[in-house]
Write a protein that binds this ligand. Sequence first.
Ligand code: G3I
Length: 319
Amino acid sequence: MTLKEKYAPFFRIGAAVNTRTVDTRAGILKAHFNSLTCENDTKPEGVTRDGVSYDFTRGDKIVNFAREHGMAFRLHTLAWHQATPEAMYGGRTREAAITMMESHFSKMAAKYGDAYAVDVVNEALDDSEGKFLRDTPLKAIIGDDYVDVAYTLARKYFPGNALVYNDYLECDPVKSKKIFELIHGMKRRGVPVDVFGFQSHYNIYSPEPDAVRRAFELYSKLGVRFQVTELDASLFAYGDASSLPAPAQELLQRQAGYYRGLFAVYREYAELIDSVTFWGVADPDSWLNNFPVKGRHDWPLPFDGDGNAKSCAESILDF
Ligand code: G3I
């Protein structure tokens, strides 16, 4: 049985892909996944250099693959402090920046309005204690209400799509309070946000599945749905800069146990979860081969470089 078949009663199983992996991993994608996300190609800089002329070739390649194979897709991401050309918002007044935002959203909706979910503002919150919103160009130009402005505009152009607030460190005690407060405040002000996106960049030691359960419990009070948007489980603990020539069996076993525990929690909360998306398909394609240590190999995903299901994929399927 494949991942998408086994999980059909629970939620969609997704993968992030780029224009290369959508070809090289096509067989695995068709067999195991029923949701796709463009890892980079629908970010602002993936489609435009200036917010005026657009080139959707790369995003189209991936989204058309999804459409042709009856897969749903998530649109990632409309507004982010990274991967955004300076020329889009730099040097503009608040009004001109809002006009640019509206123009960008309308162009993305015209192309990708059939996405089931849209990451509207990505990672708006600061990681450190004591500071709420992250200092970003959009915050500096538009003001502290830029998140509200973005979701209100997004609703106009994506009337029937799930609007997602997507962030990381979602199980961290400091950050999770802020995520709760941000979404709670938006709800109170009548700002349209439908889903919290748990990015879920984890490692095989942390956060423990119990901490993930507590996070689900906390956010379930918000009255939003959940999507796991960027899941991976590094073999390296946070802050560990060492490297390995190959993944030790013991670590792969631990990873299998980790994913097993995580998916058990996901199944507990399945009624609230639309989809669980891995940030990649096979280990050699992961962004973690360049982060936090450039060029260091990591093995965070369910398939190996030959396209074989790893023991962690088996453990997800075994229940
Ligand atoms: O495509 C260019 C290539 O032409 C150039 O030669 C090369 C030189 O550095 O860069 C290539 O672009 C890189 C791109 O990935 C494609 O590989 C960018 O430098 C690099 O910054 C970019 O990194 C992406 C990162 O977001 C920033 O946009 C990662 O692939 C992607 O996995 C990562 O994804 C983010 C999510 O969007 C949001 N949440 C966190 C997650 C991980 O950082």
